[in-house]
Design a protein around this ligand. Structure first.
Ligand code: MN9
Length: 290
């Protein structure tokens, strides 16, 4: 198991104040709340952070805030994914300068770039000097990278691993078989236990922001060989995730954070806020499964 990169990493949500500006104090409080639970690290400015609704200046300031608050007590992975290679390299250089432990990126998207172009993008990121986690997330409309594409990256030690937001556990197992010291983080919270069974070193997720203790418990039970306990905990998490998927995961996570005392404000438009009825139903499901 990699010493720095393993276990439970919340994919941090971005708090906004009433005027819609990033609320850095609330971000610090959210980080503290999760550090106190014993999380192993944070994934910063990923999908869950509304990254593509943030400016690059905001992304930089958020990362600086996280590195400052964490102060070496947990690992920090900075998602630097952008459509443009130079923008991503700029964010990666900044991540290195402010003390992040690794960078991560979705493949450049929207224009249907060729694998040769995607390859150039990732090798430019690797050139910055921090270990790189490739973010496999094709459900968001991104490039479909195959197992062979991934092994081409993983043959180079500068690529430390993959954030695997996919239900292709065969691929996860093949990547571990190809390079046992590669770090694979499971991406779908609802499949955390399945990912562990296939060889994942941990997980990165949106719902960890408000229920990290569940994933810590699943991992503990799994490693102790108590699969029944792990499955029971995954089942409780999944009842909540199923409710979130109905109303919108990111706005829903913010509702549940507020419910437990972490007020992160609303999401940026065009995300909609939940109706009162949706909020009530979501909180009820949460309360039934804590
Ligand atoms: O990578 C998250 N994926 C996205 C992690 O944000 C796109 C997950 O935590 C999902 O939000 C979650 C719900 O499907 O599993």
């Amino acid at each position: 198991m990699n010493e720095t990169f393993h276990g439970v990493f919340p994919a941090l949500l971005t708090p906004f104040d009433k005027a819609g500006t990033v609320n850095y104090d609330a971000l610090r409080a959210l980080i503290r709340f999760n550090l106190d639970k014993g999380v192993n690290g944070f994934y910063v400015c990923g999908s869950t952070s509304e990254a593509f609704l943030l400016t690059n200046e905001e992304r930089k300031k958020i990362l600086e805030t996280v590195c400052d608050e964490v102060a070496g007590s947990a690992a920090v992975i900075a998602h630097v994914g952008c459509i443009g290679q130079d923008m991503a390299v700029d964010l990666a250089r900044h991540a290195k300068a402010v003390g992040a432990d690794a960078v991560s990126s979705v493949p450049p998207f929207y224009y249907g770039f060729s694998f040769a172009e995607i390859r150039d993008y990732y090798f430019a990121l690797a050139g910055v000097g921090l270990p790189v986690f490739i973010y496999n997330f094709t459900a968001a409309g991104g490039a479909k990278l195959t197992t062979d594409h991934f092994t081409e990256f993983l043959a180079d030690p500068r690529f430390i691993g993959v954030k695997h937001t996919s239900s292709d556990f065969f691929m996860l197992e093949r990547l571990k078989a190809f390079r046992p010291d590669a770090v694979i983080f499971n991406g779908y919270d609802e499949m955390f236990l399945s990912g562990l069974a296939a060889g994942a070193d941990g997980g990165i997720g949106s719902t960890y922001n408000f229920m990290a203790e569940k994933y810590l418990a699943i991992e503990r039970a799994f490693r102790a060989g108590d699969i029944e306990a792990a499955r029971a905990e995954q089942n409780r998490a999944n009842n909540i995730i199923a409710a979130l998927l109905k109303c919108g995961v990111i706005p829903g996570c913010k509702v549940l954070c507020r419910h437990i005392g972490q007020d992160l404000g609303e999401c940026r438009r065009p995300f909609r806020r939940l109706t009162e009825e949706q909020e009530r139903a979501l909180i009820e499901t949460y309360e039934e499964n804590v």
